[in-house]
Design a protein around this ligand. Sequence first.
Ligand SMILES: C[S@@+](CC[C@H](N)C(=O)[O-])C[C@H]1O[C@@H](n2cnc3c(N)ncnc32)[C@H](O)[C@@H]1O
Length: 288
Amino acid sequence: MLVSVQQQESMDASVTIGAILRSAACVIDRVDAHWLLQSVLSVDIVFLMTHAELPLSLEQIACFQQLLARRIAGEPVAYLMGERGFYDLVFEVTPDVLIPRPETELLVETTLSKIPCGRRCNILDLGTGSGAIAITIARHRPDVNVTAVDFSPQALAVARRNAVKHSAENVVFVEADWFSGFINEKFDVIVANPPYIAEGDSHLDDLCFEPAIALVAQNNGLDCIRKIVTQAPDYLEHSGWLMFEHGHDQADACRRLLDKTGFIHIFTRPDLAGIDRVTGGQYGSIPA
Ligand SMILES: C[S@@+](CC[C@H](N)C(=O)[O-])C[C@H]1O[C@@H](n2cnc3c(N)ncnc32)[C@H](O)[C@@H]1O
């Protein structure tokens, strides 16, 4: 058990970085304990490793213990720290947004590979959440215009702060239900990481701290994907690309849907765990 603040006051002996980390590692993951203490002390991992004998103040101990209790209750480390690294940037996250996942980096990488060079392209990110996808693309391609949509004003507030943090001046944010904010607008590439978990899916038990609107979709988790795929042709330039993330068992359904809607050059890419994760296609006729 960790030493409580009261015990600490009466002990006079110091609680050191090394001691508090050893103690915390008995109740939470050791790496998580490091992250939390780094956050409390505003230091990096190297500092923790090289200052194991450094005594902590009562205030620091109390602050760490509060975070520890919340972590024990299951709250994700990213929410406790208020940030999460994604691709090559660090994004502010709050419980209003999904915590960006490493597998979504594949979607960014795939999108970057499909954006044409040599002209100012328009890119649309549907369901932007923290803005991780839109802002990473915007930072890597300052020559494109990125539009980022979400229907959650709270999520958009976080995304806007992240855009300022990363000086992503080529991103605009739109509060809308998927494509409803656009009339006669066309995009060269549309990217989306929509909610795709089916209602009642057991995976949701581990995700209870994240917003349900970011996770759950009707019709076996395919409802949002279906809306996006079927409406996308009206908003894509000729030969424009649509690509999106989906669940581990949804690739076949997504490919069929794209095919039925008239997409060509349909592809699916697996994530680092070998799970089909990103599917997309190009809209337009096959040249004769
Ligand atoms: C899975 S999260 C993706 C967040 C972020 N793009 C990422 O990859 O980390 C899905 C996002 O879609 C948004 N969303 C859900 N339904 C929507 C709708 N009908 N129109 C616009 N955005 C929607 C949610 O608010 C949430 O931010």
